[in-house]
Design a protein around this ligand. Structure first.
Ligand code: GTP
Ligand code: SPV
Ligand code: MN
Length: 631
């Protein structure tokens, strides 16, 4: 058996490999690509192979196909131009972390946060599943590039999939098709082969379903040494759009470790102060904890301007000036729909209204639009819910429960970044933007204050390493359980978490610290005893950003506490905000007894991470512990 290498494959002979399978589209002049495609076709036995060019014609053809097959509904053209609505199988609605594997050659290169399997064992299992799995379907070949095509070292990939929904989504989310392929061919560049199948073959005489999947046998497997992704059984989001979490985070984090850069689950924001000075901010929050919202923030304080660069993934490399520059490798937003409305995220709403979008698992209105909880204050009287059931405001879905939401909590919009009204001009810059501030955050109803500044890089890495958050609907499993989520990367680190934290510390040791971003830790989600949010969040988070800038500029002092540098309550600008000064004090304070409870949880977490945990982080923990116990 041949290896799935992407470099140095011999030329020629490829045509015979796909003999008998009709090919649509121009066959690329890249022998190792065509050969890999042929080998996949041999295994999966599709009815046809289609090389995608990424054109508008292709988009329309695939949208027509989805609509004709009943897999998608076209939305009202006047309000949602060129947009479709899709309902998934109810068992295929989120990332499946339990079935996500890092198949490194050595087990110790995967960590306690990864599921590990020997690569050969995994391939044996998955080859069995892939065998004939595309029967009766078209196999699409999608060349793509993560990040600008004119980057110094563009990162290419090719996704092979039997899902036209994935092709349409990849067209929004990545630079794909002809331009990516041409660049790849011209540079004779390597690519990451990404194999995807929904896992539902169509033998002659079988009828297709509207959302094919094999939810009982999902595998999302990564082969970090080979730099390959194999995904089977799910058509949803991070499970199937392999350029996103699989490549741009799990595989790229391994590349970044080897090449000295960072691939992170972070938004990228450009902020201009009333003085006209520009700052760039990266922020890592776990899934469904506010990245898209902060990336598109409309500041509620006068004179501040915010522009969007990225909402989910940041690739950061050091520039010749010793500063860290961030690039958004994606071209689309795959955003959480519930909670997104004109009151919370008007820029996301404006982006969607431009059209060219895909809505998945939201509700359908009677006049051919979409709706989800939190989109408007007014709840429509009647909807078709995300499962296709008739739903009324009063009674919920027929045959369901009154409390059932019309949209799935992890329902999403897929929409082009370029349509965002606050898009920064640097979005396409291959160099990226220099980062001044890095933020970690999570969703905690207590303990973690609104904002906390790290003493230095090492302490910042400690804050990131101990990040915790309540779980959300973005992944299959329990919702609302507090778990540690280092740098919001828990499900996305492609190697051992101990090595990952060491990589972060090493950056602090090997670079001019005065040029590194300052690190902060935030929590927008503190609650009162009645379970209401204490901080208004959304646009008002600009007030917290302002404090960070004030710190950078040396305009305000901070309060030294065992957990970090906290703001004096009066330094948080609450002008024009209807908030009680006592509440501001409450959200900005260090509460010793809560931290006495938190300490053993951090201790257990570090024990769980094991021997590879860098000693510097143990030292930081000891410092925190003695500080808290003295307080
Ligand atoms: P992924 O795409 O899964 O990585 O999520 P994300 O981090 O981009 O989260 P997103 O911005 O989509 O927000 C998720 C949910 O949190 C939405 O329902 C938002 O309305 C809500 N949310 C975002 N920011 C805030 C905030 O400042 N306060 C409160 N209370 N809720 C927020
Ligand atoms: C996340 O879960 O962090 C997402 C959605 O951004 S998905 O693409 O499904 O991973
Ligand atoms: Mn995400």
């Amino acid at each position: 058996t041949r290896q799935e290498t992407t470099k140095g494959a011999p030329e020629g002979g490829e045509a015979s490999l796909t003999q008998g399978i009709p090919t649509i589209g121009e066959v690329p002049r890249l022998a190792r690509l065509v050969e890999w495609v042929a080998r996949v076709a041999e295994l999966t036995r599709p009815a046809a192979i289609r090389y995608c060019d990424g054109s508008e014609t292709e988009w329309h053809e695939l949208v027509d196909l989805l609509v004709d097959k009943g897999c998608a509904t076209r939305l009202a053209e006047d309000r949602f131009p060129n947009s479709i609505y899709v309902r998934t199988d109810p068992d295929d609605v989120a990332r499946v972390e339990d079935q996500t594997f890092i198949c490194s050659v050595r087990e110790e290169d995967a960590g306690p946060l990864n599921n590990w399997m020997n690569p050969r064992a995994m391939k044996r299992i998955m080859r069995g599943l892939y065998e004939g799995c595309m029967e009766g379907r078209t196999m699409y070949v999608i060349p793509f590039c993560m990040g600008p095509l004119d980057a110094v070292d563009p990162k290419f990939g090719v996704e092979v999939t039997d899902s036209p929904y994935v092709v349409c989504s990849m067209r929004i989310m990545t630079r794909m098709g002809r331009p990516a392929l041409d660049e790849m061919v011209q540079r004779d560049a390597a690519f990451v082969p990404c194999l995807h199948s929904v896992g539902l073959p169509l033998p002659p005489g079988t009828k297709d379903v509207t959302w094919p999947c094999d939810s009982q046998h999902v595998y999302i497997s990564h082969f970090p040494e080979e730099r390959t992704v194999w995904s089977y059984g799910s058509g949803y989001g991070g499970n199937s759009l392999l350029g996103k979490k699989c490549y741009a985070l799990r595989i790229a984090s391994v590349m970044a470790r080897d090449e000295g850069w960072l691939a992170e689950h972070m938004l990228i924001l450009k902020l201009t102060s009333p003085q006209g000075k520009t700052y760039h901010i990266c922020a890592a929050f776990p899934s469904a904890c506010g990245k898209t919202n902060l990336a598109m923030i409309r500041p509620t304080i006068p004179g501040w301007k915010a522009e969007t660069i990225g909402d989910d993934i940041a690739w950061m490399r050091f520039g010749p000036d010793g500063r860290l520059y961030a690039v958004n490798p994606e071209t689309g937003f795959f955003g959480v729909a519930p909670g997104t409305g004109d009151a919370t995220n008007p820029n996301a709403m404006a982006t969607i209204r431009e059209g060219n979008s895909i809505f998945t698992n939201v509700a359908l209105t009677d006049d051919g639009g979409v709706w989800w909880e939190g989109m408007t204050e007014q709840v429509p009287e009647h909807l078709m819910d995300w499962r296709g059931r008739s739903w009324t405001r009063e009674y919920g879905p027929e045959g369901g429960r009154h409390t059932d939401k019309a949209a799935h909590p992890n329902s999403r919009f897929t929409t082009p970044t370029k349509q965002c009204p606050t898009l920064a001009e640097e979005f396409d810059s291959p160099r990226g933007v220099p980062i001044d501030i890095m933020i970690f955050g999570g969703r905690r109803e207590n303990t973690i204050p609104l904002v906390n500044e790290a003493h230095d890089w090492q302490h910042g890495v400690f804050l990131g390493a101990t990040c915790s958050s309540e779980t959300t609907a973005a992944a299959v499993g329990m919702v609302g359980v507090v778990r540690r989520d280092p740098m919001a990367m828990r499900p996305f680190i492609g190697y051992h978490v101990g090595d990952y934290l060491e990589h972060w510390l090493k950056i602090g040791r090997t670079h001019d610290r005065s040029r590194l971003p300052r690190i902060f830790y935030v929590n927008w989600f503190l609650k009162d005893a009645q379970g209401r949010f204490l901080w208004p969040g959304f646009g008002d988070n600009s007030r917290v950003l302002k404090w960070m800038i004030d710190r950078l500029e040396g305009r305000v002092d901070a309060i030294q506490t065992p957990i970090g540098l906290l703001p004096k309550p009066e330094d948080i600008d609450v002008n024009g905000l209807d908030i009680d000064p006592a509440t501001v004090r409450m959200v900005t304070r260090f509460v010793p007894h809560e931290w006495v409870d938190e300490l053993p949880r951090i201790g257990q977490w570090f024990d769980f991470l094991g021997d590879k945990l860098p000693t510097e982080l143990d030292e930081e923990y000891a410092r925190l512990r003695s500080g808290v116990l003295k307080a």
